[in-house]
Design a protein around this ligand. Structure first.
Ligand code: IMP
Ligand code: MG
Length: 181
C-alpha cells in the first residue's frame, strides 16, 4: 500500500497508459530524426522520470544532458521568473536539440528555456512535454510533442511534485485540494 495514495483525488494516467504513450512519442522522434543524432535536454527536477523512459523508447543514437531552473513561485503557482541553477554541459551549437519537460502550465518557463537554448545556435530546437495544460497558457508556446492534454487541475507523480514530494508515485494523479488549501 502506497501511503501517498490517500492524498490523491483521482488517478489521471496509470503507469501502463503512460508507458504506452511514451512508446508512441519515442517512435515519432525516432522516425523524425532518422540519421541525425539529437541532444535531449531534460529539465530538472520534474522531467527526470519522463526523460528516463522517453530515452529508452527512442531507437536512434541520442545524447543526453540536463538543465535545472527555478521559477519563483511556491506551492501550486509559478511566477514565471526563472533562474538557471544548472547549465547545459554539451556544446549544442549546430545540434538538433529536444527539450524534455514534465508539464506546461503558463508556458513561461519553457519560453525562457527555449530562448536560452536558441542563443547557443543549435540547428533546431523542439519541445517534448509529458503533460500540457492548454487552458493555462499565458503566452503562445509551440510544443512539438505532447503526451497528454489535461485541465487546470494540479497533478503530481511520475516526477511531478508538490513541495518536493510525490515525485515517486508511479502514476499521474490529481492532488486533493485540501493538501494545499
Ligand atoms: P509554467 O512556467 O507556468 O509553464 O510552469 C511550469 C512548471 O511549473 C513545471 O515545470 C512544473 O515544475 C510546475 N507545474 C505546473 N503545473 C504543475 C502541476 O500541475 N503539478 C506539478 N508541477 C506543476
Ligand atoms: Mg518543471
Amino acid at each position: 500500500m502506497n501511503t501517498m495514495n490517500c492524498d490523491i483525488s483521482a488517478v489521471l494516467y496509470d503507469e501502463y497508459k503512460i508507458q504506452a504513450r511514451i512508446r508512441e512519442l519515442g517512435l515519432a522522434i525516432t522516425n523524425e530524426y532518422g540519421t541525425r543524432k539529437p541532444v535531449l535536454i531534460g529539465i530538472l527536477k520534474g522531467g527526470f522520470v519522463f526523460m528516463a523512459d522517453l530515452l529508452r523508447s527512442i531507437t536512434i543514437p541520442v545524447e543526453v544532458d540536463f538543465m535545472a531552473i527555478s521559477s519563483y513561485g511556491s506551492g501550486t503557482t509559478s511566477s514565471g521568473v526563472v533562474k538557471i541553477r544548472k547549465d547545459i554541459d554539451v556544446d549544442i551549437c549546430g545540434r538538433d536539440v529536444i527539450i524534455v519537460e514534465d508539464i506546461v502550465d503558463s508556458g513561461l518557463s519553457l519560453q525562457y528555456i527555449k530562448d536560452y537554448i536558441t542563443k547557443h545556435q543549435p540547428n533546431s530546437v523542439k519541445i517534448c512535454v509529458l503533460l500540457d495544460k492548454p487552458q493555462a497558457h499565458k503566452i503562445e508556446v509551440e510544443i512539438d510533442y505532447v503526451g497528454f492534454n489535461i485541465g487546470n487541475e494540479f497533478v503530481v507523480g511520475y516526477g511531478l511534485d508538490f513541495n518536493e514530494f510525490y515525485r515517486n508515485l508511479p502514476y499521474i494523479g490529481i492532488l486533493k485540494e485540501e493538501m494545499y488549501s
